[in-house]
Design a protein around this ligand. Structure first.
Ligand SMILES: Cc1cc2nc3c(=O)[nH]c(=O)nc-3n(C[C@H](O)[C@H](O)[C@H](O)COP(=O)(O)OP(=O)(O)OC[C@H]3O[C@@H](n4cnc5c(N)ncnc54)[C@H](O)[C@@H]3O)c2cc1C
Length: 366
């Protein structure tokens, strides 16, 4: 039990958002304590594998600021990996096979019209897809995104927390706390008797951010997803990741992962049989041979937070000027985290403007 030294920033939430803003602040010489009532990557960021996919939505439109976002997270992955013993990401590329005629038309439009950098996105016709993998179901072709990455997100974030600890980050996990303001100074009092005084607080608690009374006005929509790990002899026959009505990624040793976020109304947070059935039906249609002899190893469920314009909330509290927020990363948590963490950091420390479509001030407190 003890009092931590005062810190410039307490960051609430040890997922991709919390660790990204912690990293930016530390790089600018600030002292940071990362606080999580559970553990590093205990929330949505604990997904067994996540894709960094520069194309989004059913029809694969180019992600907002895709070049900046991908470059920022790729740089971070590389740096953290260089000090970690186990490999936690791969440059797999991402194949997006179309499943109906509308998908073919809209995806082709997105390949052609979007201003993709050289070598980022191309269209493969059906014969080319069958050459790559005759067992894949696609109608009319597929979008191919060779820059796509596949990440073991939990391993990445644990390695990142360790990496940042060497740069001065302090971490307080696994304890409940009360947060109060004493003459404007935030104080965390933990149930083990520890106390942390911070000058400012960044709330990055994923979908639970709006359970805080300070951010209850944020319209965060929670969507539950499920991910299952299987063994299958067919898993050795592909080494790219697939994105089609969910995602499929090969790991190693004849294992693969299938996942999707789709439950807009849910009562409990656990994985269930319906989730498994859903994944098998939906993704089994894309790659039947993979699921034919598949045996379940484990199943995981998580909740991600979406916002009305599908862009995260970044910025300052409307009344409490030393409170900030970084949440609502939706299905693009990995892709957005580092670049947007930097934007928020520059806003806090250098008063740079946050783009309107991201700034939390687009929401009027009720
Ligand atoms: C099934 C599924 C698959 C996904 N696949 C992908 C993918 O392929 N690619 C991709 O980019 N994104 C994917 N996502 C989305 C991505 O996981 C999220 O966008 C991202 O993890 C959100 O990160 P976060 O840091 O905002 O929140 P979280 O990861 O949820 O972290 C929030 C943290 O805050 C902590 N916390 C909560 N309340 C408090 C409190 N009061 N005090 C202290 N700590 C608190 C929690 O314990 C948690 O650790 C997927 C999501 C799901 C559910």
């Amino acid at each position: 039990m003890g009092t931590y030294p005062d810190v410039d920033f307490a960051v609430i939430g040890a997922g991709v958002a919390g660790l990204a803003i912690a990293r930016s602040l530390i790089q600018k010489g600030k002292s940071v304590c990362l606080v999580d009532t559970r553990d590093i990557a205990a929330g949505a960021s604990g997904t067994p594998l996540g894709l960094i996919n520069p194309a989004t939505g059913r029809y694969g439109s180019k992600v907002w600021e895709a070049e900046n976002c991908l470059n920022a997270v790729a740089k971070d992955l590389q740096e953290v990996q260089s000090s970690a013993p186990n490999r936690f990401y791969k440059n797999t590329g991402i194949l997006r096979p179309a499943q109906d005629e509308k998908m073919v038309r809209r995806m082709r439009e997105n390949v052609d019209k979007n201003d993709w950098p050289e070598g980022w996105c191309s269209w493969l016709d059906e014969a080319e897809v069958k050459d790559i993998n005759p067992n894949l179901n696609c109608m009319g072709g597929a979008m191919w995104l060779p820059k796509g990455l596949t990440v073991n997100v939990g391993e990445y974030l644990k390695a990142k927390a360790k990496f940042l600890t060497h740069k001065g980050l302090s971490v307080k996990t696994g304890r409940q706390y009360e947060l109060s303001l004493d003459k404007g100074q935030p104080i965390f009092k933990f149930d083990d008797g520890d106390t942390i005084h911070a000058n400012s607080v960044v709330f990055a608690a994923g979908y639970e951010t709006s359970t805080s009374k300070y951010w209850a006005f944020l319209p965060l929509h929670s969507i539950k997803g499920q991910v299952a790990t299987f063994t299958s002899p067919e898993a050795d026959n592909f080494d790219y990741s697939l994105s089609a009505l969910g995602y499929i990624a090969s790991i190693s040793d004849s294992r693969f992962i299938a996942g999707s976020t789709y439950e807009h109304h849910f009562d409990d947070l656990e994985p269930d049989k319906e989730g498994l059935k859903y994944l098998k039906n939906r993704l089994g249609g894309v790659y039947p041979a993979l699921f034919e002899k598949a045996r379940l190893i484990s199943q995981w469920a998580g909740v991600r937070a979406s916002t009305p314009n599908r862009k995260p909330f970044l910025g300052q509290h409307p009344e409490i000027k030393n409170f900030y927020v970084f949440t609502g990363l939706g299905s693009k948590g990995l892709m957005y985290s580092e670049y947007m963490g930097n934007l928020l950091c520059e806003h806090i420390l250098d008063e740079k403007r946050i783009p309107e479509n991201l700034n939390v001030d687009r929401i009027e407190p009720q």
